[in-house]
Design a protein. Structure first.
Length: 277
């Protein structure tokens, strides 16, 4: 049997969780990873092959990939980098340490795993490295400066790697979702509380009026144009199975819309629009 294999990160919930289950149902051999062992155990109980992987721990990354390769006989058809987190706060209130923490997970950990996977894919003559970026990889919104910066970095690294991998049989692909139903905002609260001294910020009134409501008040209805994680998985499947995959796959109407507006609007007009988000 030539069952395709894929390693997916960030599978405890949301996009990664949906991708792991749907690809397994589609016939892929899925290796799902989570940062916490309790989530790994839960996925195993649900019938997935799962292993612990913490992007902030290089030893964990090496151990997880070694486990996967031991199970597959040393091959891997695809890597889907998905695990990430948001650290909310205005740029002027963001300590250097907070920026270092989020880059460690959202960029450096991804890069470490990619560098370990590339020799495997080179040796077998094929592979797909798919990075889950965001609409915030090509436009920005206020209050998410750290996350914006990491996604711009992922875009640049992916674009460079795609060019450098030409002729190797390794495809490097970006998926760029807009608003997707997930726990990413709820999961960001500990980082916000750890790093942002909002009460002593000159923007304290804005925090109360905008960000605190978003983080702490119950969500009455879904965001406009928000889609379920399955919409991202649908594009992931196309990226994995297309004979000639595209460099980018947009997900959600806002992503398509902003992709157009970014090309046609002058900077001042796009700034005016994004300031209202």
């Amino acid at each position: 049997m030539n069952q395709k294999t894929i390693l997916i990160t960030g599978c405890s919930s949301g996009i990664g969780y949906d991708a792991a289950h749907r690809l397994k149902a589609r016939g892929w051999r899925v290796f799902a990873t989570c940062r916490k062992q309790t989530d790994v155990d839960r996925l195993i109980a649900e019938g997935l092959e799962a292993v612990q992987l913490d992007y902030a721990d290089p030893a964990s990354i090496r151990a997880a990939l070694a486990h996967v390769l031991a199970q597959t006989g040393g091959t891997l058809d695809a890597l889907y980098n998905n695990g990430a987190f948001i650290s909310h706060g205005a740029a002027e209130d963001l300590p250097r340490e907070a920026l270092a923490e989020i880059f460690e997970v959202n960029v450096f950990g991804w890069h470490d795993l990619i560098r370990l996977v590339i020799p495997v894919m080179r040796a077998q003559g094929h592979g797909r490295i798919i990075n889950c970026s965001s609409i915030l990889g090509f436009i920005v919104v206020p209050w998410r400066s750290a996350y914006n910066a990491t996604k711009y970095a992922v875009e640049a690294l992916s674009d460079t790697l795609r060019i450098e991998m030409r002729g190797t049989g390794i495809h490097v692909i970006l998926i760029e979702p807009g608003p997707i139903a997930s726990r990413i905002d709820a999961n960001s609260i500990p980082h916000f509380e750890r790093w942002i001294d909002w009460e002593n910020s000159p923007r304290a009134d804005q925090y109360r009026a905008i960000l605190l409501k978003r983080l702490y008040e119950p969500k009455v209805r879904k965001d406009l144009f928000e889609l379920p994680p399955s919409a991202v998985t649908a594009k992931l499947i196309r990226a994995l199975e297309a004979p000639r995959p595209k460099a980018r796959y947009y997900v959600t109407i806002p992503t398509y819309t902003m992709g157009i507006l970014r090309r046609i609007l002058p900077t001042w007009a796009l700034d005016w629009l994004l300031a209202k988000v």
